[in-house]
Design a protein around this ligand. Structure first.
Ligand code: CO
Ligand code: ZN
Length: 332
């Protein structure tokens, strides 16, 4: 899966510009599903066994955090707003890429104390231009952070592992699953980082009986880290709670039982702040029972997110275990 993950993380896909990622996903998953379509908001729906059994929506978001140009001054320096959760300490010295292979470097006003993180309004992007005419971007252009993929020991490090690793887990599960007694609705969603927008409309259109989101979660295993019982290498995290959703206890139960039956390591997740597509799915139409398989991830929303290769593999295994047998929440 390393090669697929690398291709996915190195693709350009800030919220609203997910086309490049969608093309990769479609090329990978099309031979393994029965129906494929693109939603009005640009999401990719890949359906296994349409019309058969419980409808399970499996959502992974294709978009990543980024920037949007808001102003270009007379010397060619561009100001920007953030797309999603961009932190001030990840700005200065970092590089952002725009469509057409345009790269810029983020700098900060001299008034910012040396060593301090600038506020967003005090940062700018330098494209090596010295006038508006030379500046290769204009107001409204979307950019994303750029950084090559590396493997460190058994860990993958890259930008946008949130949530391309979830996308890769869904693709790999589809390849291994081949068919299912359930109707499995793989939904590669858009605009998650700006408010779970694609998942909301995809869930409405797909009208699932159960929703499962695949996304990253934080860990408590770094020096003086947050108090959180999640570590890299401990297995996929089965979410119980985050700041947007309470997983349906029947879905949590099902995930735990299938993990234990297949001897797949897992961790139970209570995340203090942050949420996933499951939140939007849960509140669609008359309501949908949801659960989340989270891939533990350090340094989320920085250009060097880190996940464990074993956790990725075990996330695929757990998802396949869930999807390959009939899912009936009320009887299990
Ligand atoms: Co995110
Ligand atoms: Zn995410």
């Amino acid at each position: 899966m390393q090669e697929l993950i690398q291709r996915l993380v190195e693709a350009f896909g800030p919220s609203g510009k997910e086309d490049q990622v969608r093309d990769i996903v479609r090329g990978e998953i099309e031979p393994y599903v029965d129906e494929i379509s693109v939603s009005p908001l640009g999401g990719l729906h890949a359906i296994v066994n349409p019309g058969g059994g419980t409808k399970i929506m499996v959502a992974a978001h294709m978009d990543e955090i980024g920037v949007i140009i808001s102003h270009v001054d007379g010397n060619g320096f561009a100001r920007f707003h953030k797309i999603g959760g961009v932190f001030p300490q990840t700005l200065v010295g970092h590089r952002v890429r725009f469509e057409g292979d345009v790269t810029g470097v983020i700098g900060a006003e001299a008034s910012v104390e040396i060593g301090d993180a600038p506020k967003l309004a005090e940062a700018f992007i330098d494209f090596g231009a010295s006038s508006v005419a030379e500046c290769p971007v204009r107001v409204g252009d979307l950019g994303a952070f750029t950084r090559p993929f590396v493997k460190l020991g058994n860990r993958y490090v890259a930008k946008s592992l949130d949530d391309r690793v979830g996308v890769a887990v869904a693709i790999e599960a589809a390849k291994r699953l081949r068919n299912s007694p359930n109707e499995v609705q793989f939904a590669f969603t858009t605009q998650e980082e700006v408010g779970l927008r694609g998942a909301r409309t995809s869930a409405y259109g797909l009208d699932p009986d159960v929703g499962i989101a695949l996304d990253v979660t934080r860990t408590g295993d770094t020096p003086k880290g947050i108090k959180m019982a999640i570590e890299l290498g401990g297995g996929p995290a089965i979410k119980v709670r985050d700041s947007g959703s309470l997983s349906d206890p029947r879905v949590v139960d099902l995930m735990v039982r299938r993990a234990e039956a297949a001897h797949i390591p897992y961790q139970l997740e209570v995340l203090q702040a942050g949420t996933t597509d499951a939140t939007a799915i849960q509140l669609t139409r008359a309501g949908v029972p949801v659960g989340v398989i989270s891939i533990p991830c350090r340094y989320i929303h920085t250009p060097s997110e880190m996940v464990d290769a074993g956790d990725v593999e075990n996330s695929v295994k757990l998802l396949v275990e869930i999807l390959k047998a009939p899912v009936t929440l009320d009887r299990e």
